[in-house]
Design a protein around this ligand. Sequence first.
Ligand SMILES: [Zn+2]
Ligand SMILES: [Zn+2]
Length: 53
Amino acid sequence: MCKFGCSTTNMTFKCKYCGAPFCSSCGNGAGGKMRAGNVCSSCNKSNHRGDKV
Ligand SMILES: [Zn+2]
Ligand SMILES: [Zn+2]
C-alpha cells in the first residue's frame, strides 16, 4: 500500500518545491487530496513531481 492507503507501492513521489510526499496513483498527498494530478496539495504549485520516494 502507498502511505495514503491505495494499493500501489511504487507511485509515491516528493514535491520538488516543498518536499511533501504524494501518491500519483490515488492523488493523495501530505496536505490532503490533490486538486489535480500535477498540483501539490501542500504548496499548490503545479508540475511538482520530484524524486520517487
Ligand atoms: Zn496511493
Ligand atoms: Zn509542494
